[in-house]
Write a new protein. Sequence first.
Length: 299
Amino acid sequence: MRILVLGGTGYLGRHVAERLRALPGAQVLAAGRPAGAGLGADLARDRPERLAETLAAAAPDAVVNCAGATGGDPVTLAEVNARGPAALCAALCAAAPTARLVHLGSAAEYGPGTPGVKVTESAPACPVAPYGATKLAGTLAVTSAPLDAVVLRIGNPVGPGAPAASLPGRLAALLRPAGRDPEAVLRLGDLSAHRDFVDVRDVARAVERAVTAPAPLPRVLNIGGGTAVPVRELAHGLARHAGFRGRLEESAGGSARSARVSWQCSDISAAARALDWRPAHSLDDALATLWAATGERVP
């Protein structure tokens, strides 16, 4: 089976590619920007005709799109998260119309949740920021294309390689130099929001199931931990794994983002039915592997 992974050098893409390479008989091809050791593909700027050439050369049985932008100005977000999937779908229709497309979406597409209520795939999508809005546009491009395609709406991934822009990555970077100093104080933003955290290994396993599952699949499937966890719990859990003895100090003013989206939790029962998938790792497992991967454990 030939599997083309777009964005395979990114946070999620690396874990996905590693998981897929372990499939018996799988040949995993990487494509990204710049070309590097794999195929060159820039979803944000390449015309569909150019992408079609890349796809024709790869001749994939499945394509996994892990490419995406989580930060930057609205134009960058739109180019990568909205324009990219639309161009990819057009290219697939032209060059590899029978290949299965597995596209990584985001739970941010739903927008604010209702405390105590898990959101299903049929819930209205009401994103409140450019990131969620552009990811939703990408999802609509995929779900409206005449392809064998599924969008996996990912919760908040946690695990090794967490980017510095994410709370887990940023906190790990702060904990490294703090060590065991009991006088250390780490000042963080508002930690009162609830989020649905999911181990990156579970995300990769969900992608594997989506690639290999018999067709057809539902157009959208939630992939998350299935539990709303206070962000504060994540911060203190990572501090425990780091051996931190100081104090975590939260901002009293809160944050606009947390105020607008104070609760997120996905209903993952559809993924259990369609993919026979459930998360296998706890948040504590994810935090342990994240900290171990920093290579900075305190003796």
